[in-house]
Design a protein around this ligand. Structure first.
Ligand code: CU
Length: 107
């Protein structure tokens, strides 16, 4: 009986250790997802390397939600999304323009 109690205690401790480990990861998500804003693609303009996104709050840019045109850092980013897609994206200021630096469709 004593052996069983020790076993139960050990597995309980393991469970606590595992969950606090998971919690600490959840509390410090990777920058790639934490800094991303929500949006929905309105228009993809391959020729001009521009994309129109109806976006939510962008904390890193101190911007409220709106629909606006972004430039893209790399034209290849435009191949990852299409009109109507829900996306998560990162954007940064570059001179007077706001440039999308990463974008990914949300399933
Ligand atoms: Cu905006």
């Amino acid at each position: 009986m004593r052996k069983l109690n020790a076993l139960l205690l050990a597995s309980a401790l393991l469970a606590v250790a595992a969950s606090s480990h998971a919690a600490s990861h959840a509390g410090a998500p990777m920058a790639s997802s934490a800094d991303m804003a929500d949006g929905e693609i309105r228009k993809v303009d391959m020729d001009n390397k521009k994309i129109t996104i109806k976006h939510g709050v962008i904390k890193s840019l101190d911007m409220p939600g709106m629909t606006m045109v972004f430039q893209v850092k790399d034209a290849a980013l435009l191949n990852k999304v299409k009109e109507g897609d829900k996306v998560r994206f990162s954007a940064e200021k570059s001179g007077s323009a706001i440039v999308v630096t990463d974008i990914q469709p949300v399933k």
